[in-house]
Structure formats: structure tokens, C-alpha cells
Ligand binder design. Structure first.
Ligand code: NDP
Length: 269
């Protein structure tokens, strides 16, 4: 019997996840279906209840429901607890298991696909929403020093406060970045959606630096800025999307798909 999975978000029509998971399934001979489901903004829990009643085995969760998914999970992985957000749910009997694969997805993309070494680098993370929360501990544990900057300073401060006792992560406003430079600058804001750029100063990119935008599908103002400012390595977030999906797939199906042909197929579209 075909096992059912889905990605839940709002909006969701743009999602590439059904394409990615159908390629994974073909490659690994798994009999699954995977669809994109738009939940009403106040209807995430009801949507999950319906999927469970209909026998779905699990789902991915995207904007804006990752925090709600975290609360709904009855058991959470360490990665989910680090992020306070969940992007992968597994339905097992009465339990809803919650995990977060965004961080491992970003790390796999940077180290394997982009081939940029993270260890002992310093990074500036722009944004303090769910995406930033999901990647900060994995980056920190990979030996990266972190400054997090956000339009709403309090949200960046809350993320940085999580690291007290483990190390120092600084929270800053964009205007406090003047005079600083980094090996890695990651845009984890959704500013690209509205073709905007956070107010960044000149000189942020060190020689040999990586500019990474978690958005994909278009040349964002951040990527244009990074090119103009001389960042050496530039990447969008398509590889992260495929890598986080591969880890979700492996959690559900206990088989790890090869991401390379899927990323190539998406790039060719
Ligand atoms: P959230 O809504 O949780 O957070 C949005 C963040 O962007 C906040 O920090 C917000 O600042 C900031 N922001 C929004 N608009 C602007 C702007 N015009 N100028 C400056 N800052 C702005 O979203 P997520 O964190 O979940 O997602 C962020 C981005 O990452 C999205 O584009 C998403 O598509 C992408 N993403 C990509 C993934 C991938 O696999 N490639 C995985 C996850 C996310 P404030 O707090 O001040 O409102």
C-alpha cells in the first residue's frame, strides 16, 4: 500500500518538495505519495489531526507553522529542542515525533555541494525567525563563531541568549555591523520575497568569503549585493532545501536518497 506524506504550509503552491520527494522515492524504490497541502492560518492542528486520521505517515512543515509543529509534537529530537521549531513530523501510533532537519540541510549543502569549509569560520546570520533558529546550533557545533543581526533586535537577543553557558553569540542591529567583516554571511530573512535587502554596510565580506541566501528561485537583492561587494563564493538555498528533504525522507523511509541528481534536475528546470 502507498504510504502518504505531505508538506503543510501557507502559502504552499510554490513548494518544490513534492517534486523532490517523488524523485527520492523513484530513486530508492519507495511506494509513497507526497502532496502540498495549504492549511488555514488558524487550522494547522486540525490539518494534522485530519492527516493522522487518514493514515498519513508523516509530513514536512514550513512557514509559518514550524513553531506550532514544535508545540504539537509529543516527542522531540535534540535538534528540534535546539531550534524550538519542527519541520518534520512522523506519525507513529498515538505519538507525533518532531525533528528539525533545516540545520543539517544547510551544513550538508555548504560543505558537500558548495564545498566551503565551516570549521573555525565566523558567520553573520541575518534574521532571527524560524530559519535562523533552525541553523544556529548546528553551525555553532560545527565550530562557527556567530553574530546574529535582526530588524527586531529582541528576537536576535532571544536566539543569542540560548547559547549562554555554551559560548558567546552576539546579537546586533543592522546599523551596529559597520566596520565588521565575516567569512560567511547567511541571509535567513524573508526580505528577498519582497525584493528587499536589510540595510547592510559596505565591507561585510572578508577575502574568500561565502554569501549564502536561504531563498531560492530568484536572484535576490542580497545575492546582488554580495556580488557587488566581492564575496568569493555565492549560493542560494536550493541545495539546503534538497538536503533537508533528504534527511526527512531518511527519517521516514530508513533509506538515504542521493541528492545530487535531484539538485541537478531542479537547477535545470
Ligand atoms: P520567519 O517569518 O520566521 O522570519 C522572517 C525573518 O525575516 C525575520 O527575522 C524578519 O525580521 C526578517 N525580515 C522579513 N522581512 C524583512 C525585511 N524586509 N528586511 C529585513 N528583515 C526582514 O521566516 P523563516 O525564518 O522561516 O524563513 C526565512 C527565509 O528562509 C524565507 O525566505 C524562507 O523561504 C527561507 N528558508 C529556506 C529554507 C531552505 O531549505 N532553503 C528553509 C527554511 C527557510 P523581524 O523579526 O524583524 O520581523
Amino acid at each position: 500500500m502507498t504510504d502518504k506524506y505531505a508538506v503543510i504550509g501557507n502559502p504552499i503552491s510554490h513548494s518544490k518538495s513534492p517534486f523532490i520527494h517523488s524523485m527520492f522515492a523513484q530513486q530508492t524504490n519507495q511506494d509513497i505519495s507526497y502532496e502540498a497541502i495549504e492549511a488555514p492560518l488558524d487550522g494547522f492542528a486540525d490539518t494534522i489531526a485530519r492527516l493522522r486520521a487518514e493514515g498519513y505517515k508523516g509530513c514536512n512543515v514550513t512557514v509559518p507553522f514550524k513553531f506550532e509543529a514544535f508545540k504539537l509534537a509529543t516527542q522531540r529530537s535534540g535538534r528540534a529542542n535546539d531550534a524550538n521549531a519542527v519541520n518534520t513530523l512522523i506519525f507513529e501510533g498515538n505519538e507525533i515525533l518532531g525533528d528539525n532537519t533545516d540545520g543539517v540541510g544547510l551544513l550538508a549543502d555548504i560543505e558537500k555541494n558548495v564545498q566551503y569549509k565551516l570549521f573555525l569560520k565566523d558567520a553573520l546570520i541575518l534574521g532571527a525567525g524560524g530559519a535562523a533558529a533552525g541553523v544556529m546550533w548546528p553551525l555553532f557545533n560545527a565550530g562557527v563563531g556567530i553574530i546574529v543581526a535582526n530588524r527586531t533586535l529582541e528576537k536576535a537577543q532571544a536566539l543569542a541568549a540560548d547559547f549562554e553557558g555554551a559560548g558567546t553569540v552576539y546579537a546586533k542591529r543592522y546599523e551596529d555591523l559597520e566596520g565588521l567583516s565575516f567569512d560567511i554571511v547567511i541571509n535567513a530573512t524573508s526580505s528577498g520575497l519582497s525584493d528587499e535587502l536589510p540595510p547592510l554596510p559596505d565591507g561585510l565580506f572578508k577575502r574568500g568569503s561565502l554569501a549564502y541566501d536561504m531563498m531560492y528561485g530568484k536572484e535576490t537583492p542580497f545575492l546582488k549585493f554580495a556580488r557587488a561587494q566581492g564575496a568569493s563564493v555565492i549560493s542560494d538555498g536550493l541545495g539546503m532545501l534538497v538536503e533537508q528533504a533528504a534527511t526527512s525522507f531518511a527519517l521516514w523511509r530508513k533509506v538515504r536518497p542521493d541528492t545530487k541528481p535531484v539538485l541537478e534536475a531542479l537547477r535545470a528546470l
